[in-house]
Design a protein around this ligand. Structure first.
Ligand code: FAD
Length: 167
């Protein structure tokens, strides 16, 4: 029997299962998750960084009186400082933009964690599985990898490489 593993962001997963008649419960679980339209820019505008360069960190918080958002700086990546900033409402755009993306960022609120529990209970029903950071704990690579390992373990319990993780 074939299995389907949906390994996307939660917004796309919800869109996909919406079209599957017997996945109403999974759709309802995913529909608990709400989103913000988040915009990310890659740039070199020093205004997004602390004036005192000795305070520059990998994660730098910019606060506009209402919202705070991160600017990420990985100094080992380039000779010239390049930053990645979240642009929130009221934030001015940086001067030199090298790349810009807008996407649906899940809100990690109570419903988000409620949805995780629901999805966990629904995993494997009708051979339908969900993988992605939103199915585990908080926003991180580790959550994404753990989600894949967990579903991989269910689908291939004899796999020795997955067993190494002690799931
Ligand atoms: C700007 C930004 C910075 C981040 N920085 C960090 C960080 O520093 N550290 C950290 O731990 N986490 C970070 N994250 C979170 C990061 O996204 C996750 O840790 C990781 O990428 C999640 O993996 P994932 O597999 O769940 O989702 P994704 O990496 O988003 O993978 C989902 C994939 O599904 C594909 N897809 C969507 N719809 C469909 C479809 N219909 N059909 C086929 N494919 C589809 C997408 O193209 C995408 O490739 C960051 C996220 C963002 C947006």
């Amino acid at each position: 029997m074939d299995h389907i593993v949906i390994a996307t962001d939660p917004y796309s997963a919800r869109d996909i299962v919406k079209k599957i008649a017997h996945a109403r419960a999974q759709y309802n679980a995913l529909a608990q998750i709400s989103f913000i339209q988040a915009t990310i820019v890659v740039h070199d505008d020093l205004q997004f960084m602390p004036q005192d360069t000795s305070c520059w960190s990998v994660a730098n918080v910019c606060y506009n009186g209402r919202y705070s958002a991160l600017t990420i700086y990985k100094k080992w990546k380039s000779a010239k400082p390049i930053f990645r900033s979240w642009l929130l409402p009221g934030f001015a755009k940086p001067k030199n933009i090298y790349a810009q993306e807008t996407y649906h960022h899940p809100k990690p609120n109570q419903n988000y964690f409620k949805a995780q529990k629901l999805i966990d209970k629904l995993q494997g029903i009708h051979n339908l599985w969900f993988v992605g950071l939103y199915t585990q704990d908080i926003d991180s690579h580790e959550s994404a990898i753990l989600s894949a390992l967990k579903v991989g373990h269910k689908l291939a319990p004899a796999c020795q490489r997955i067993a190494l993780f002690g799931l």
